[in-house]
Design a protein around this ligand. Structure first.
Ligand code: GLA
Length: 420
Protein backbone atom coordinates (compact mmCIF):
# COMPACT_ATOMS: atom_id res chain seq x y z
CA UNK A 1 0.00 0.00 0.00
CA UNK A 2 1.23 3.48 -0.80
CA UNK A 3 1.87 5.69 2.21
CA UNK A 4 0.90 9.37 2.25
CA UNK A 5 3.57 11.15 0.31
CA UNK A 6 5.73 13.96 1.57
CA UNK A 7 4.21 17.04 0.04
CA UNK A 8 6.53 18.95 -2.20
CA UNK A 9 6.31 22.49 -0.96
CA UNK A 10 9.82 23.79 -1.17
CA UNK A 11 12.91 23.10 -3.14
CA UNK A 12 15.71 20.91 -1.95
CA UNK A 13 18.03 23.87 -2.03
CA UNK A 14 15.91 25.85 0.37
CA UNK A 15 15.30 22.99 2.76
CA UNK A 16 18.92 21.99 3.08
CA UNK A 17 21.72 24.01 4.51
CA UNK A 18 24.73 24.95 2.46
CA UNK A 19 27.41 23.89 4.89
CA UNK A 20 30.16 24.47 2.37
CA UNK A 21 31.62 27.91 2.83
CA UNK A 22 35.03 27.31 1.29
CA UNK A 23 35.43 29.43 -1.84
CA UNK A 24 38.00 29.45 -4.61
CA UNK A 25 39.79 32.08 -2.53
CA UNK A 26 41.04 29.32 -0.25
CA UNK A 27 42.57 27.39 -3.11
CA UNK A 28 44.20 30.65 -4.21
CA UNK A 29 45.79 30.88 -0.77
CA UNK A 30 47.03 27.29 -0.92
CA UNK A 31 48.59 28.03 -4.31
CA UNK A 32 50.09 31.36 -3.30
CA UNK A 33 51.54 29.99 -0.09
CA UNK A 34 53.55 27.39 -1.97
CA UNK A 35 54.37 29.10 -5.25
CA UNK A 36 54.50 32.71 -4.07
CA UNK A 37 52.28 34.22 -6.76
CA UNK A 38 48.64 34.23 -7.91
CA UNK A 39 47.43 31.33 -10.10
CA UNK A 40 46.07 32.08 -13.56
CA UNK A 41 43.26 29.50 -13.40
CA UNK A 42 40.98 27.97 -10.77
CA UNK A 43 38.50 25.13 -11.32
CA UNK A 44 36.18 23.18 -9.05
CA UNK A 45 34.51 19.77 -9.31
CA UNK A 46 31.80 18.54 -6.92
CA UNK A 47 31.55 15.19 -5.18
CA UNK A 48 28.51 13.00 -5.63
CA UNK A 49 26.04 10.92 -3.70
CA UNK A 50 24.72 7.73 -5.17
CA UNK A 51 21.00 7.71 -4.32
CA UNK A 52 20.23 4.27 -5.82
CA UNK A 53 22.18 1.82 -7.96
CA UNK A 54 25.09 0.26 -6.10
CA UNK A 55 27.86 -1.16 -8.34
CA UNK A 56 25.54 -1.09 -11.33
CA UNK A 57 27.61 1.42 -13.32
CA UNK A 58 30.32 -0.93 -14.59
CA UNK A 59 27.59 -3.50 -15.35
CA UNK A 60 26.06 -1.15 -17.93
CA UNK A 61 23.23 -0.56 -15.47
CA UNK A 62 21.28 2.36 -14.06
CA UNK A 63 22.19 4.75 -11.24
CA UNK A 64 20.47 7.69 -9.58
CA UNK A 65 22.92 10.22 -8.24
CA UNK A 66 23.31 13.87 -7.27
CA UNK A 67 26.27 16.26 -7.28
CA UNK A 68 26.76 17.82 -3.83
CA UNK A 69 28.15 21.04 -2.41
CA UNK A 70 31.48 19.53 -1.42
CA UNK A 71 34.26 20.20 -3.88
CA UNK A 72 37.77 19.56 -5.05
CA UNK A 73 39.39 22.80 -6.20
CA UNK A 74 42.51 23.12 -8.30
CA UNK A 75 44.48 26.25 -9.12
CA UNK A 76 47.33 26.47 -11.61
CA UNK A 77 49.64 28.54 -13.75
CA UNK A 78 51.56 27.36 -16.80
CA UNK A 79 55.36 26.97 -16.67
CA UNK A 80 57.85 27.49 -19.42
CA UNK A 81 59.32 23.98 -19.15
CA UNK A 82 57.69 20.53 -19.31
CA UNK A 83 57.59 19.98 -15.58
CA UNK A 84 54.56 19.73 -13.30
CA UNK A 85 54.75 20.72 -9.65
CA UNK A 86 51.80 19.75 -7.48
CA UNK A 87 50.95 20.66 -3.94
CA UNK A 88 47.90 19.75 -1.86
CA UNK A 89 46.45 21.25 1.31
CA UNK A 90 45.74 17.70 2.56
CA UNK A 91 49.36 16.60 2.94
CA UNK A 92 52.69 18.28 3.44
CA UNK A 93 55.36 18.22 0.78
CA UNK A 94 54.93 18.48 -2.94
CA UNK A 95 55.29 16.30 -5.98
CA UNK A 96 57.14 17.31 -9.13
CA UNK A 97 57.69 15.35 -12.32
CA UNK A 98 58.32 15.73 -16.06
CA UNK A 99 55.28 15.21 -18.24
CA UNK A 100 57.26 12.68 -20.25
CA UNK A 101 57.83 10.60 -17.09
CA UNK A 102 54.44 9.92 -15.54
CA UNK A 103 54.82 7.17 -12.94
CA UNK A 104 52.85 6.16 -9.88
CA UNK A 105 54.51 6.93 -6.58
CA UNK A 106 53.52 4.98 -3.43
CA UNK A 107 54.61 7.87 -1.17
CA UNK A 108 52.32 10.38 -2.93
CA UNK A 109 49.27 8.36 -4.04
CA UNK A 110 47.11 11.52 -4.18
CA UNK A 111 49.22 12.73 -7.12
CA UNK A 112 48.62 9.48 -9.05
CA UNK A 113 45.13 10.65 -9.96
CA UNK A 114 46.46 13.82 -11.60
CA UNK A 115 49.31 11.93 -13.29
CA UNK A 116 46.80 9.33 -14.51
CA UNK A 117 44.66 12.04 -16.11
CA UNK A 118 47.69 13.64 -17.78
CA UNK A 119 48.84 10.26 -19.03
CA UNK A 120 45.43 9.37 -20.48
CA UNK A 121 44.81 12.77 -22.10
CA UNK A 122 48.29 12.78 -23.63
CA UNK A 123 47.73 9.31 -25.09
CA UNK A 124 44.42 10.56 -26.47
CA UNK A 125 46.20 13.34 -28.38
CA UNK A 126 45.91 16.34 -26.05
CA UNK A 127 49.08 18.50 -26.11
CA UNK A 128 50.17 20.34 -23.02
CA UNK A 129 53.21 21.80 -21.30
CA UNK A 130 54.31 22.05 -17.71
CA UNK A 131 52.42 23.83 -14.94
CA UNK A 132 52.34 24.51 -11.21
CA UNK A 133 49.14 23.44 -9.47
CA UNK A 134 47.56 23.28 -6.04
CA UNK A 135 44.74 21.03 -4.81
CA UNK A 136 42.31 21.82 -2.03
CA UNK A 137 39.10 20.06 -1.01
CA UNK A 138 36.28 19.99 1.51
CA UNK A 139 35.09 16.63 0.25
CA UNK A 140 35.97 13.89 2.75
CA UNK A 141 38.39 11.40 1.19
CA UNK A 142 37.60 7.68 1.23
CA UNK A 143 34.03 8.22 2.45
CA UNK A 144 32.40 7.01 -0.77
CA UNK A 145 31.49 10.54 -1.91
CA UNK A 146 33.41 10.42 -5.17
CA UNK A 147 36.50 12.36 -4.08
CA UNK A 148 38.87 10.62 -6.51
CA UNK A 149 36.46 11.16 -9.41
CA UNK A 150 36.11 14.85 -8.48
CA UNK A 151 39.90 15.22 -8.32
CA UNK A 152 40.31 13.67 -11.77
CA UNK A 153 37.55 15.84 -13.24
CA UNK A 154 39.18 18.92 -11.69
CA UNK A 155 42.53 17.90 -13.20
CA UNK A 156 40.96 17.40 -16.64
CA UNK A 157 39.18 20.76 -16.51
CA UNK A 158 42.28 22.53 -15.26
CA UNK A 159 44.20 21.10 -18.19
CA UNK A 160 41.50 22.45 -20.53
CA UNK A 161 41.81 25.90 -18.98
CA UNK A 162 45.59 25.88 -19.31
CA UNK A 163 45.86 24.21 -22.73
CA UNK A 164 42.39 24.31 -24.39
CA UNK A 165 41.39 21.02 -26.03
CA UNK A 166 38.31 19.41 -27.46
CA UNK A 167 38.20 15.65 -27.12
CA UNK A 168 36.16 13.32 -29.28
CA UNK A 169 35.78 9.56 -29.05
CA UNK A 170 38.66 8.95 -31.42
CA UNK A 171 41.03 11.75 -30.42
CA UNK A 172 41.04 15.53 -30.49
CA UNK A 173 39.54 18.08 -32.81
CA UNK A 174 40.10 21.83 -33.29
CA UNK A 175 40.57 23.40 -29.82
CA UNK A 176 37.93 25.85 -28.55
CA UNK A 177 38.57 29.60 -28.65
CA UNK A 178 38.29 31.95 -25.71
CA UNK A 179 35.79 34.80 -25.95
CA UNK A 180 36.67 38.45 -25.36
CA UNK A 181 36.58 37.91 -21.62
CA UNK A 182 38.98 35.00 -21.97
CA UNK A 183 36.31 32.38 -21.24
CA UNK A 184 36.13 29.03 -22.98
CA UNK A 185 32.77 27.84 -24.38
CA UNK A 186 30.81 25.55 -22.05
CA UNK A 187 31.40 21.83 -22.49
CA UNK A 188 28.81 19.99 -24.57
CA UNK A 189 27.16 16.87 -23.08
CA UNK A 190 29.21 14.77 -25.53
CA UNK A 191 32.47 16.37 -24.39
CA UNK A 192 31.52 15.83 -20.76
CA UNK A 193 30.90 12.16 -21.45
CA UNK A 194 34.24 11.86 -23.24
CA UNK A 195 36.09 13.57 -20.39
CA UNK A 196 34.38 11.22 -17.91
CA UNK A 197 35.47 8.26 -20.05
CA UNK A 198 39.10 9.39 -20.12
CA UNK A 199 39.17 10.05 -16.37
CA UNK A 200 37.67 6.64 -15.63
CA UNK A 201 40.25 5.04 -17.94
CA UNK A 202 42.95 6.87 -15.97
CA UNK A 203 41.63 5.37 -12.75
CA UNK A 204 41.34 1.90 -14.31
CA UNK A 205 44.70 1.75 -16.04
CA UNK A 206 46.99 4.13 -14.17
CA UNK A 207 45.70 4.10 -10.59
CA UNK A 208 44.56 0.47 -10.77
CA UNK A 209 40.97 0.68 -9.48
CA UNK A 210 38.54 -0.79 -11.97
CA UNK A 211 35.78 1.67 -11.08
CA UNK A 212 32.97 2.66 -13.43
CA UNK A 213 32.18 6.18 -14.65
CA UNK A 214 29.60 7.10 -12.02
CA UNK A 215 31.73 9.56 -10.07
CA UNK A 216 33.04 11.45 -13.09
CA UNK A 217 29.69 11.68 -14.89
CA UNK A 218 27.99 12.83 -11.68
CA UNK A 219 30.64 15.46 -11.03
CA UNK A 220 30.31 16.81 -14.60
CA UNK A 221 26.57 16.49 -15.27
CA UNK A 222 24.91 17.29 -11.93
CA UNK A 223 22.17 19.90 -11.77
CA UNK A 224 20.89 21.91 -8.85
CA UNK A 225 17.57 20.54 -7.38
CA UNK A 226 17.81 17.49 -9.67
CA UNK A 227 18.64 13.82 -9.53
CA UNK A 228 20.56 12.39 -12.46
CA UNK A 229 19.46 9.05 -13.78
CA UNK A 230 22.46 7.68 -15.62
CA UNK A 231 22.09 4.86 -18.08
CA UNK A 232 25.50 3.22 -18.44
CA UNK A 233 24.47 1.06 -21.37
CA UNK A 234 23.66 4.04 -23.55
CA UNK A 235 25.77 6.60 -21.65
CA UNK A 236 22.91 9.03 -21.23
CA UNK A 237 21.91 11.27 -18.35
CA UNK A 238 18.31 12.24 -17.61
CA UNK A 239 17.43 14.82 -14.99
CA UNK A 240 14.48 14.58 -12.61
CA UNK A 241 13.51 17.31 -10.14
CA UNK A 242 13.97 16.14 -6.55
CA UNK A 243 11.98 18.50 -4.42
CA UNK A 244 10.33 18.08 -1.06
CA UNK A 245 10.25 18.69 2.66
CA UNK A 246 13.36 16.65 3.26
CA UNK A 247 17.07 17.16 3.55
CA UNK A 248 19.93 14.99 2.41
CA UNK A 249 22.16 14.01 5.30
CA UNK A 250 25.42 12.11 4.96
CA UNK A 251 26.63 10.06 7.92
CA UNK A 252 30.28 9.09 7.73
CA UNK A 253 31.31 5.96 9.66
CA UNK A 254 34.93 7.11 9.57
CA UNK A 255 35.80 3.52 8.60
CA UNK A 256 38.36 3.23 5.83
CA UNK A 257 39.08 -0.38 5.05
CA UNK A 258 42.42 -1.41 3.71
CA UNK A 259 42.47 -3.29 0.42
CA UNK A 260 39.30 -1.54 -0.68
CA UNK A 261 40.50 -1.46 -4.26
CA UNK A 262 41.18 -5.19 -4.39
CA UNK A 263 37.76 -5.94 -2.87
CA UNK A 264 36.10 -3.53 -5.31
CA UNK A 265 37.91 -5.14 -8.25
CA UNK A 266 36.81 -8.57 -6.98
CA UNK A 267 33.14 -7.55 -7.15
CA UNK A 268 33.66 -6.40 -10.69
CA UNK A 269 35.32 -9.70 -11.60
CA UNK A 270 32.40 -11.71 -10.13
CA UNK A 271 29.90 -9.61 -12.08
CA UNK A 272 31.84 -9.90 -15.33
CA UNK A 273 32.37 -13.63 -15.03
CA UNK A 274 28.65 -14.08 -14.23
CA UNK A 275 27.78 -12.16 -17.39
CA UNK A 276 30.20 -14.27 -19.44
CA UNK A 277 28.74 -17.53 -18.13
CA UNK A 278 25.20 -16.28 -18.83
CA UNK A 279 26.25 -15.46 -22.38
CA UNK A 280 25.39 -11.76 -22.14
CA UNK A 281 27.53 -8.65 -22.69
CA UNK A 282 26.63 -7.26 -19.30
CA UNK A 283 24.35 -8.00 -16.36
CA UNK A 284 22.04 -5.22 -17.55
CA UNK A 285 20.35 -7.66 -19.92
CA UNK A 286 19.79 -10.45 -17.39
CA UNK A 287 16.32 -11.34 -16.14
CA UNK A 288 15.38 -13.32 -13.06
CA UNK A 289 14.15 -16.46 -14.89
CA UNK A 290 17.36 -16.56 -16.94
CA UNK A 291 19.44 -16.13 -13.80
CA UNK A 292 17.60 -18.87 -11.93
CA UNK A 293 17.64 -21.26 -14.89
CA UNK A 294 21.43 -20.89 -15.04
CA UNK A 295 22.14 -20.83 -11.33
CA UNK A 296 24.09 -24.11 -11.40
CA UNK A 297 26.59 -22.64 -13.87
CA UNK A 298 27.47 -19.77 -11.56
CA UNK A 299 29.50 -19.78 -8.37
CA UNK A 300 27.63 -18.57 -5.27
CA UNK A 301 29.38 -15.19 -5.41
CA UNK A 302 28.64 -14.77 -9.11
CA UNK A 303 24.98 -15.56 -8.52
CA UNK A 304 24.74 -13.17 -5.58
CA UNK A 305 26.38 -10.31 -7.46
CA UNK A 306 24.25 -10.90 -10.55
CA UNK A 307 21.08 -11.07 -8.45
CA UNK A 308 21.94 -7.79 -6.74
CA UNK A 309 22.69 -6.00 -10.01
CA UNK A 310 19.51 -7.18 -11.67
CA UNK A 311 17.30 -6.18 -8.72
CA UNK A 312 19.16 -2.90 -8.21
CA UNK A 313 18.54 -1.83 -11.81
CA UNK A 314 14.83 -2.46 -11.26
CA UNK A 315 14.92 -0.41 -8.08
CA UNK A 316 16.30 2.54 -10.07
CA UNK A 317 13.49 2.19 -12.63
CA UNK A 318 10.86 2.09 -9.89
CA UNK A 319 12.65 4.81 -7.96
CA UNK A 320 12.31 7.08 -10.98
CA UNK A 321 8.56 6.45 -11.06
CA UNK A 322 8.31 7.25 -7.35
CA UNK A 323 10.23 10.47 -7.91
CA UNK A 324 7.96 11.48 -10.78
CA UNK A 325 4.99 11.13 -8.40
CA UNK A 326 6.85 13.05 -5.65
CA UNK A 327 6.58 9.89 -3.61
CA UNK A 328 9.76 10.31 -1.60
CA UNK A 329 8.53 7.80 0.98
CA UNK A 330 8.53 5.11 -1.71
CA UNK A 331 11.93 6.20 -3.03
CA UNK A 332 13.19 5.86 0.53
CA UNK A 333 11.85 2.29 0.74
CA UNK A 334 13.90 1.41 -2.35
CA UNK A 335 16.94 2.91 -0.65
CA UNK A 336 16.48 0.66 2.39
CA UNK A 337 16.04 -2.34 0.09
CA UNK A 338 19.14 -1.35 -1.82
CA UNK A 339 21.17 -1.29 1.38
CA UNK A 340 19.89 -4.74 2.38
CA UNK A 341 20.83 -6.07 -1.03
CA UNK A 342 24.35 -4.58 -0.89
CA UNK A 343 24.78 -6.07 2.59
CA UNK A 344 23.39 -9.55 1.83
CA UNK A 345 24.25 -10.13 -1.82
CA UNK A 346 27.07 -7.83 -2.84
CA UNK A 347 28.55 -8.09 0.68
CA UNK A 348 30.21 -4.69 0.51
CA UNK A 349 28.73 -3.27 3.71
CA UNK A 350 30.36 -3.35 7.16
CA UNK A 351 29.06 -3.39 10.74
CA UNK A 352 29.24 0.38 11.11
CA UNK A 353 27.29 1.05 7.90
CA UNK A 354 24.67 -1.53 8.88
CA UNK A 355 24.37 0.03 12.32
CA UNK A 356 23.85 3.51 10.84
CA UNK A 357 21.16 2.29 8.44
CA UNK A 358 19.43 0.33 11.23
CA UNK A 359 19.43 3.36 13.55
CA UNK A 360 18.20 5.61 10.74
CA UNK A 361 15.43 3.19 9.83
CA UNK A 362 14.20 3.21 13.42
CA UNK A 363 14.08 7.01 13.51
CA UNK A 364 10.68 8.44 12.56
CA UNK A 365 12.23 11.32 10.57
CA UNK A 366 14.07 9.00 8.19
CA UNK A 367 12.50 8.37 4.79
CA UNK A 368 15.33 6.30 3.37
CA UNK A 369 18.95 5.36 4.05
CA UNK A 370 21.64 3.22 2.46
CA UNK A 371 25.36 2.98 1.97
CA UNK A 372 26.56 5.17 -0.86
CA UNK A 373 29.50 4.46 -3.18
CA UNK A 374 31.94 1.58 -3.25
CA UNK A 375 31.22 0.33 0.30
CA UNK A 376 33.44 -1.61 2.75
CA UNK A 377 33.31 1.49 4.97
CA UNK A 378 32.54 5.10 4.10
CA UNK A 379 29.21 6.82 4.49
CA UNK A 380 25.43 6.47 4.28
CA UNK A 381 23.01 8.77 2.49
CA UNK A 382 19.83 9.59 4.42
CA UNK A 383 16.63 11.38 3.36
CA UNK A 384 15.40 13.15 6.48
CA UNK A 385 12.20 15.07 7.18
CA UNK A 386 13.27 18.67 7.02
CA UNK A 387 12.00 19.77 10.43
CA UNK A 388 13.79 16.97 12.27
CA UNK A 389 17.27 17.02 10.80
CA UNK A 390 19.00 18.30 13.94
CA UNK A 391 17.32 15.84 16.27
CA UNK A 392 18.03 13.02 13.81
CA UNK A 393 21.74 13.82 13.68
CA UNK A 394 21.91 14.18 17.47
CA UNK A 395 20.10 10.92 18.23
CA UNK A 396 21.97 8.81 15.68
CA UNK A 397 25.28 10.40 16.70
CA UNK A 398 24.76 9.52 20.37
CA UNK A 399 23.73 5.94 19.63
CA UNK A 400 26.57 5.45 17.15
CA UNK A 401 29.15 6.74 19.56
CA UNK A 402 27.90 4.68 22.47
CA UNK A 403 27.81 1.49 20.34
CA UNK A 404 31.11 1.90 18.50
CA UNK A 405 33.16 4.30 20.63
CA UNK A 406 33.71 6.34 17.45
CA UNK A 407 32.45 9.86 16.77
CA UNK A 408 29.99 10.23 13.90
CA UNK A 409 30.60 12.82 11.26
CA UNK A 410 27.35 14.20 9.82
CA UNK A 411 26.85 16.67 6.96
CA UNK A 412 23.80 18.18 5.34
CA UNK A 413 24.28 18.38 1.63
CA UNK A 414 22.82 20.61 -1.03
CA UNK A 415 22.35 19.37 -4.58
CA UNK A 416 24.43 21.49 -6.96
CA UNK A 417 25.41 21.93 -10.59
CA UNK A 418 28.23 19.87 -12.02
CA UNK A 419 31.72 21.11 -12.89
CA UNK A 420 32.17 23.48 -15.84
C1 GLA B 1 32.66 3.80 -6.50
C2 GLA B 1 33.06 3.79 -7.97
C3 GLA B 1 31.85 3.97 -8.86
C4 GLA B 1 30.72 2.99 -8.52
C5 GLA B 1 30.45 3.00 -7.01
C6 GLA B 1 29.50 1.92 -6.59
O1 GLA B 1 32.20 5.06 -6.14
O2 GLA B 1 33.99 4.81 -8.22
O3 GLA B 1 32.24 3.81 -10.20
O4 GLA B 1 31.01 1.71 -8.97
O5 GLA B 1 31.65 2.83 -6.26
O6 GLA B 1 28.25 2.06 -7.17
Amino acid sequence: MRRPRVTAICSLATVTVAASTTRPLDIQTVFKRHFGYTPTHVVQAPGRLEVLGNHTDYNQGLVMSVAIDRYVWMAASPRTDAKVELVTSAFTGHESFWISELKKKPTAPWADYVKGVLDRFRKHGVHFGGFNAAIHSNLPMGAGLGSSGALMVAAALLLRQLFPYKVTESGVTRPPKRDRRGLLPPLTPKEKMQIARLCAAAENHFVGLRAGMLDEISSLCGKEFHVMEIDFMHNTVELFPMIGEFAIVVLDTGVKHELVSSRYNELREHSESAARKLGVRSLRSVELNQLDANRARLSDREYECAFHIMAENLRVVHGERALLRDDIWQLGQFMFQSHDSSRDFLKNSCDELDLLVKLAREHPACLGARLTGGGFGGATINLIAWSQVDSFIKTIGEHYESRTGKPLKAMRCRVVDGAE
